[in-house]
Design a binder for this molecule. Structure first.
Ligand SMILES: C[S@@+](CC[C@H](N)C(=O)[O-])C[C@H]1O[C@@H](n2cnc3c(N)ncnc32)[C@H](O)[C@@H]1O
Length: 251
C-alpha cells in the first residue's frame, strides 16, 4: 500500500508524532484501514494491534495484512465498553470513527489510559454532521442522499456530533490536548468522492432502519443522477467534516 500524502488520517497520525519503532493500539479498527496505515508508518521495528468487536471485520483485516506481507500487525477481538482488555502497554492509541459509536466514550478512553505510557499520545479522528449540508447553492440530490446516510448512522445509535465533543472527551480522561483540526469533505468539481458506492454498501441498513425505501434510492441510476447534478452545479458541496485531535498523557 502506497502512503497517500493527501490522506487526512495519515497527516494527522504523522503530525501527532507517530514514528518508526512505536508500539500502537488501533481501537475499533474494523477491516484494518487505519491499522495498516499505522503499520507502514511504524515500520518493522514497531508494531500495531488492532482491536474490534467484530470477528468478521478482523478476518478481512488479517487477510489484508497477510497480502501486504506485514509482520508487525496483529488483530484482537474485544468489546471496548465491556470486556476486560488484555492489551499491550503502548506509545500511542489511535482510532477513527469509533468513539461516535460508543455509548460512553469518556468511560472507554479512561479504561484505555492504563495501557498508554506516560508521555504517550491518543489520536482520534471523528466525523461530524453539525455543519452539513455546507453549500452556497442547492444540491437537492446530494443533500437528500447525505441525509439518508447520516440518519441511518444516527438511528444505529451513533453520535453524529462527535467531532465537536472530541477534544473534551480527551480532556476529561486526563490527557493534555495539544492539537485540534477539522477538514471539510468536499464533492463537486471533479473530486472523486464515491457517494453512490457508499450508498450501495449502506443501503440494506438504510432500509432496515426505515430511513428510505429501495425504490426511492433507485440505486441502479443513482450514480448517473449524482454525476448530472455535479455537472450542473457550479460550486462545491460539503458532505462531512472530519475532526482530528491528539492529546498527551502527563508524566
Ligand atoms: C465506522 S467503523 C471504523 C473502522 C476503522 N476505524 C476505520 O476507520 O476504517 C467503526 C468500528 O468500530 C467498531 N466498534 C464499535 N463499537 C465497538 C466496541 N464497543 N468495541 C469494539 N469495537 C467497536 C465497529 O465494530 C466498527 O468496526
Amino acid at each position: 500500500m502506497e502512503i497517500n500524502p493527501n490522506s487526512f488520517t495519515e497527516r494527522l497520525l504523522i503530525d501527532a508524532g507517530i514514528v518508526p519503532g512505536m508500539r500502537i493500539l488501533d481501537v475499533g479498527c474494523g477491516n484494518g484501514e487505519v491499522t495498516l496505515l499505522v503499520a507502514k508508518i511504524v515500520g518493522e521495528t514497531g508494531n500495531v494491534v488492532g482491536i474490534d468487536q467484530h470477528e468478521s471485520a478482523l478476518t478481512s483485516a488479517r487477510e489484508r495484512a497477510h497480502k501486504m506481507a506485514l509482520t508487525n500487525v496483529t488483530f484482537q477481538v474485544g468489546d471496548l465498553t465491556n470486556d476486560p482488555l488484555d492489551l499491550q502497554f503502548v506509545d500511542a492509541i489511535v482510532g477513527r470513527r469509533v468513539l461516535m459509536y460508543l455509548p460512553d466514550p469518556d468511560a472507554t478512553i479512561r479504561r484505555l489510559m492504563p495501557n498508554l505510557r506516560p508521555g504517550g499520545i491518543m489520536v482520534f479522528q471523528e466525523s461530524d454532521s453539525t455543519m452539513i449540508p455546507g453549500r452556497v447553492e442547492s444540491w437537492p440530490l446530494h443533500e437528500q442522499v447525505n441525509q439518508w446516510i447520516w440518519q441511518t448512522v444516527e438511528r444505529e445509535g451513533a453520535n453524529i456530533h462527535m467531532g465537536f465533543h472530541l477534544p473534551n472527551v480527551l480532556t476529561q480522561a486526563g490527557l493534555a490536548v495539544e492539537h485540534i483540526r477539522a477538514e471539510a469533505i468536499i464533492q463537486g468539481q471533479n473530486t472523486a468522492y464515491p457517494l453512490a458506492t457508499i450508498v450501495r454498501s449502506v443501503l440494506p441498513r438504510m432500509v432496515e432502519h426505515a430511513v428510505v425505501s429501495e425504490a426511492e434510492v433507485n440505486i441502479g441510476t443513482l450514480e448517473q443522477r449524482l454525476l448530472t447534478e455535479r455537472e450542473n452545479t457550479k460550486s462545491v458541496y460539503i458532505s462531512d467534516i472530519a475532526f482530528g485531535v491528539w492529546g498527551r498523557k502527563p508524566h
